[in-house]
Design a protein around this ligand. Structure first.
Ligand SMILES: [Zn+2]
Length: 76
């Protein structure tokens, strides 16, 4: 998998989501990011909602480093 030279992750048009991914799914309060690191290959981040006292894992999709790793694999 190769990306064209003009491809830039940060320049991708990002449609504004109706609901923030970092908002609590229950009460819609903005959650606090917890410093947890997962090596699952996906960009999973844990947020804590002070209102509900619950932790919610937000999946931001395949982590960038994993995508890069996959790209190298297919280049062989
Ligand atoms: Zn909540």
């Amino acid at each position: 998998m190769k990306w064209p030279a003009w491809f830039n992750w940060t320049d991708r048009p990002q449609p504004a989501p109706a609901v923030s991914a970092t908002q609590c799914p229950k009460c819609s309060r903005e959650m606090i990011r917890l410093e947890k690191f997962t090596m699952s290959g996906r960009d999973m981040r844990t947020y804590r909602c002070e209102q509900c006292g619950e932790e919610h894992v937000v999946d931001f999709g395949v982590a960038l480093w994993q995508a890069m790793s996959d790209a190298r694999e297919t280049d062989k």
